[in-house]
Write a new protein. Structure first.
Length: 119
């Protein structure tokens, strides 16, 4: 299992920006993909963005395309989510997740960080 520690959440006005960070304890070669998910009150958890660790290819939910950017550092193993032009509907708990090589699911999750966007 991989330990994931998130940081960077907070309260911001609509139109503002936040940057989330997630530090992973895994060795670089063992990570296949890292992603960000979010869960708003009363709603199911939803995919936000992911990045393939070796190919550096990224994917986004339609709702955040053009506003959010996922990136990574290999040393240390950290994934970032730059969130710009935030909207009140982006308010949620954001979770970092890791999928290791030779697995077919996100098997490790962070504790979550609250993002609140005021109108």
């Amino acid at each position: 299992q991989v330990q994931l520690v998130e940081s960077g959440g907070g309260l911001v006005q609509a139109g503002g920006s936040l940057r989330l960070s997630c530090a992973a304890s895994a060795r670089t070669f063992s990570i296949y993909t890292m992603g960000w998910f979010r869960q708003a009150p009363g709603k199911e958890r939803e995919f936000v963005a992911s990045i393939n660790w070796s190919a550096n290819s990224s994917y986004y939910a339609d709702s955040v395309k053009g506003r959010f950017t996922i990136s990574k550092d290999n040393a240390p193993n950290t994934v970032y989510l730059q969130m710009d032009s935030l909207k009140p509907e982006d308010t949620a708990v954001y979770f970092c997740a890791a999928r290791l090589r030779y697995t077919n699911e996100y098997g490790s999750w962070g504790q979550g960080t609250q993002v609140t966007v005021s109108s």
